[in-house]
Design a protein around this ligand. Structure first.
Ligand code: PAF
Length: 304
């Protein structure tokens, strides 16, 4: 496994590997997993998928300052370079790109990538500028690594939607591959930020996956339920936890993230077999957790 700290180095290592592997059975396609480190099983699942699908597997670890707001957790974002490199090695990563902030942003930046609309809802509403920071750094990383495929976890579903739109709009020749949310056995979605939770907060946080599961069942089985009812039920369930402070609970079309109108709601989408996302962000103390479920709607009988 090669570790590259500069843009020049990572480009040259990848070019070398592409040359070496061009006639090998595994091929010279580059699979890329961009991360901010503090890797867990969720990241490992992305790395395994990348390994399965591409001949060359590249991981980047970079805590991107421009996607954090002024009062967010940039300074205390957890880091663990040694453990990350061990996990990368175990997952058969070929190249780890570990740039410094100065390497990525050496001078005053005058360019920002903005995906309008999709970026402004859900997390974008409470974290203004966050998705500009994500789209900008991912564009830079794509230009540096030049991957054929890039793998992202569906826990950050809005991030996937934003990046897919960016790639389409800018004709980037990269396949975005969303991978399933990885959960603890009790349902908590894996996140680098889970380490901030106290034992009690972690226990209470299970209400998130529980209420999403219940809502998904309701949408699948009850043709008459409205989006407003689903949102209200999830909100009420989460409010039972005294430690939970809701940022948002919302139900939108996926991947365009447009509101469902209360009248047509699910029924219109059921006819077209469209997809919806039920997404939430909830704070436990100062830790903000997100989770979601994406459902492809099929017609359900009116009376179940
Ligand atoms: O999902 C993340 O870890 C980050 O948003 C990403 C995609 C690595 C960009 O910094």
């Amino acid at each position: 496994m090669k570790i590259a700290k500069t843009i020049a180095e990572v480009r040259s290592v990848i070019a070398e590997l592409r040359k070496e592997r061009s006639s090998s059975a595994s091929g010279d396609k580059v699979g890329f997993v961009p991360t901010m480190g503090y890797l867990h099983e969720g990241h490992a699942s992305l790395l395994r998928r990348s390994r399965q699908e591409s001949g060359i597997s590249v991981l980047s670890i970079f805590v991107n300052p421009i996607q954090f707001g002024p009062n967010e957790d940039l300074d205390r974002y957890p880091r663990s370079e040694e453990a990350d490199l061990k996990l990368a090695e175990r997952e058969g990563v070929d190249v780890v790109f570990l740039p410094s902030v100065e390497e990525m942003y050496p001078e005053e930046r005058k360019t920002t990538v903005t995906v309008t609309g999709i970026s402004e809802r859900l997390c974008g509403a409470s974290r203004p500028g966050h998705f500009d920071g994500v789209a900008t750094v991912v564009s830079k990383l794509f230009n540096i690594v030049k991957p054929d495929q890039a793998f992202f976890g569906a826990k950050d579903a809005q991030q996937v939607a934003v990046l897919q739109k960016m790639v389409n709009d800018l004709n980037m020749d990269i396949e975005i591959i969303p991978c399933p949310i990885i959960r603890e056995e009790d349902g908590l979605a894996l996140s680098s930020r889970n380490v901030y939770l106290s034992e009690e907060q972690r226990r209470e946080a299970l209400v998130l996956s529980r209420s999403l599961r219940a809502a998904a069942l309701r949408i699948e089985s009850d043709a008459a339920v409205t989006p407003g009812q689903v949102i209200a039920e999830v909100t009420t369930a989460i409010q039972q936890s005294p430690l939970a402070e809701i940022d948002y609970v919302d139900l939108l079309t996926f991947p365009n993230l447009e509101p469902l109108d209360e009248q047509g709601g699910f029924s219109k989408l059921r006819v077209s077999e469209g997809s919806v996302i039920l997404a939430l962000a909830v704070k436990f103390g100062s830790t903000r957790l997100i989770d979601n479920t994406i459902m492809k709607l099929k017609e359900v009988p009116l009376h179940v």
